[in-house]
Design a protein around this ligand. Structure first.
Ligand SMILES: *Cc1c(COP(=O)(O)O)cnc(C)c1O
Length: 434
């Protein structure tokens, strides 16, 4: 029995948690260990037992300014005091307009129409629905299929799932219910490597064969996130854009993970100077404070949808454009623009490259790659999540591997010494795997 009353309270909390609460991708019979979190500030996560961890995950790409940033907390409190929520049907408010203005300014030229939604998966659903309605409006009755590339991740709702990698997305579990769309192999030409023109063959063939039934192609530009943490050649995205134009197929870029500077550009599609027809944003949009996402489209897409029967876009979430989330998102974007993020991210990239370099010589490591504020160590074999996570926690860092991948994407404000500590922990822990 513990004598510290706070710890015994935590034991009770975590016991309830274990018995009653689902966590992401885990079991209710044999759940993975859960560490209680008391608070978080900057790049430090404080655990129930008083230990502090340097955050290597930015809570899945979202917490780019660190935790409890006073500007974000202040914006949230201030907004809560005047307007926490109001329905967006028939009513408008300043936080939505101000965020909309920022997003229209910040995103590549042409993406001028903004649909606010609650989460990334919903932003993807909305994007796919826009593509369907766009072709419906133009009388292209047969264009209702989607194409994508393998190793992608687009969320966990049904249509988002249908374009996730069929293997890692476990499509076999949902066969019969999940729509079956078209997949081509993922691009193998890497971000900094040589371009292999043959990469385009499978997609060229797919579009030539099926374009009459295709309404859109969806992919994550340059960085494939949860489907494999891979960085592909910018030329690939340019060629995708050209093929989509040629075959009258809309291009949806899912920048939910990559948006807001993570890859070294404000949006990863800028590495290729490609502008999609529809763009999905989420995760770092509010700096990780609240759930909010947005689907932006071109004027052409929005007008076409609106000009035909039924004259409206068929979507309207209850918490659409929630004022708290919108206000915090605007504050987060202002912070980002004032932060010198380009330099911060470039410094992180350099530190990750140096700090993770020792992994290259380990037998268990297949590849080490960095882009922007993302560092990835790919192993030959899947890691044991529970034991590896404990080793990271014992070294004072928070890193959550999946499959064969140990990766870090810290908040942009991480200090050099903390980043160094994080990298050393990764090297040590990976070295212990066999
Ligand atoms: C996380 C993610 C999503 C889903 O976002 P949620 O907010 O978890 O629904 C979709 N696409 C990409 C690329 C993501 O990384």
């Amino acid at each position: 029995m513990t004598t510290d009353p706070k710890l015994s309270e935590w034991e009770e909390l975590l016991d309830f948690d274990r018995r009653h609460l689902w966590h992401p991708y885990t079991s209710m019979i044999n759940p993975l260990p859960v560490y209680g979190v008391e608070s978080a500030e900057g790049v430090r996560i404080r655990l129930a037992d008083g230990r502090e961890l340097i955050d290597g995950m930015a809570s899945w790409w979202s917490v780019i300014h660190g935790y409890s940033h006073p500007r974000l907390v202040g914006a949230l409190q201030d907004q809560a005091a005047s307007l926490s929520h109001v329905m967006f049907g028939g009513l408008g408010h300043k936080p939505a307009v101000e965020l909309g203005r920022r997003l229209v300014d910040l995103t590549p030229a042409g993406l001028d129409k903004v649909f606010f939604c609650d989460s990334g998966s919903v932003a993807v659903e909305v994007a796919m629905k826009m593509a369907l309605q766009y072709h419906h409006a133009r009388g292209n009755k047969d264009k209702h299929q989607f194409a994508t590339i393998r190793s992608g991740y687009h969320g966990d709702t049904f249509h988002a799932m249908s374009v996730c990698d069929p293997v890692t997305g476990m499509h076999h579990l949902f066969s019969g219910v999940l729509p079956r769309y078209h997949f081509v192999p993922r691009p193998e030409s890497s971000f900094g490597g040589p371009w292999d023109g043959d990469e385009m063959q499978p997609l060229r063939k797919l579009l030539a064969d099926t374009h009459r039934s295709l309404c859109a192609l969806i992919l994550e530009p340059i960085v494939q996130g949860a489907g494999g943490m891979r960085f592909y050649h910018p030329r690939y995205l340019q060629e995708v854009r050209d093929l989509c134009d040629h075959y009258d197929v809309l291009l949806i870029c899912d920048e939910i993970a990559t948006g807001f500077g993570r890859s070294g550009k404000m949006f990863a599609s800028e590495h290729s100077q490609v502008v999609p027809d529809i763009l999905c944003l989420g995760k770092a949009l509010t700096g990780g404070m609240l759930s909010l996402a947005a689907t932006l489209s071109t004027d052409e897409v929005a007008r076409t949808i609106s000009a035909a029967e039924p004259g409206v876009f068929m979507h309207g979430p209850t918490f659409m454009a929630n004022p708290l989330a919108c206000r915090v998102a605007s504050e987060s974007i202002d912070l980002l623009l004032e932060s010198g993020w380009r330099q911060l991210v470039a410094n992180i990239e350099q530190c990750l490259e140096q700090g993770l370099q020792p992994c290259c010589s380990l037998d268990q490591v297949a590849d080490v790659r960095c882009l922007g504020a993302i560092g990835v160590v790919e192993l030959h074999k899947p890691v044991s999540l529970a034991s590896m996570q404990k080793r990271f926690v014992d070294r004072g860092v928070w890193v959550r591997p999946f499959g064969t991948l140990v990766y870090v994407m810290p908040p942009y404000c991480i200090a050099a010494a903390d980043l160094d500590h994080l990298c050393r922990a990764v090297v040590e822990v990976v070295a212990l795997e066999n």
